[in-house]
Design a protein around this ligand. Structure first.
Ligand code: UDP
Length: 238
């Protein structure tokens, strides 16, 4: 039996690295498929789902500019990486028979739709999964900021940050067995304690728009669905 969802519309943010599997770079199709199945399980509950996928598995503007590349050019390359990830996820979701639209902050009509807010809302109302590509379309930003911005524009009830750990800890749980997980935490605490949830501009934007952030583990099979059904472990930033 399908459990009843506690959310109506959510945005799932995953980093580009989440799609790498055990590789050092790029896309690992079985991992993309696994995450697509997690998304499908939530979509099957009747939840409207949109996604932002990072690009760090392909290119990061900062590492490009550290090697002498012009920063804005490097950032555009990073944004193009997110489009490749979005197309890979679209393909995996459509294999599972879920209608999916990739909408890009940088228009590239032959590849995907341009981002038009009302149109994206309509896709969600029609239970299509919407993947927001090319971040915010602006250099000097990140896909975390894009996630907060799009979640606000789509009137999502929360941003789900799919990580490799089941929440926010006071120190890295991989290296400190005594690390403590927070059940809830405030935006300001995340900022002042430099906790790794999102970058600071994204957290500040979430705070200013009262957009809750749910940090959970995407490595846990069925974890996304469990949390949407109101159970499981996670940290709520609010
Ligand atoms: N980027 C950008 N503007 C945006 C979103 C992303 O310039 O609005 C660029 C930036 O260079 C960034 C890269 O795209 O390093 C990949 O995004 P991000 O680092 O957020 O990916 P993630 O760490 O989530 O995989």
């Amino acid at each position: 039996e399908t459990p009843k969802a506690t959310f109506r519309r959510v945005l799932l943010k995953i980093s580009g690295e989440a799609l790498m599997g055990d590789q050092q770079y790029g896309l690992h199709p079985p991992t993309v498929e696994r995450i697509a199945r997690e998304v499908k399980s939530v979509h099957d509950m009747g939840v409207e789902v949109c996604m932002v996928i990072g690009g760090g598995n392909i290119f990061r503007g900062l590492s490009g500019s550290a090697q002498g590349m012009e920063r804005t050019t490097a950032d555009y390359m990073g944004m193009l990486g997110t489009v490749m990830n979005a197309l890979a996820m679209q393909s995996a979701l459509e294999t599972l028979k879920i209608h999916t639209r990739v909408v890009s902050a940088i228009p590239m009509d032959q590849v995907c739709e341009p981002y038009i807010r009302r149109r994206a809302v309509r896709h969600l109302e029609k239970k299509r999964i919407v993947i927001f590509a090319a971040g915010t379309g602006n250099p000097y930003f990140t896909t975390d900021t894009a996630a907060t911005l799009r979640a606000s524009e789509m009137a999502c009830e929360a941003i789900f940050m799919g990580k490799q750990v089941d929440g926010v800890y006071d120190k890295d749980p991989k290296h400190h067995p005594d690390a403590k997980r927070y059940d809830t935490i405030t935006y300001d605490q995340v900022l002042t304690e430099y906790l790794k949830v999102m970058d600071a501009s994204a957290i500040a934007l979430a705070r200013d728009n009262s957009m809750p952030i749910i940090v959970f583990s995407l490595d846990e099979p069925g974890g996304f669905r469990t949390i949407l059904a109101g159970e499981g472990t996670y940290t709520r930033v609010h």
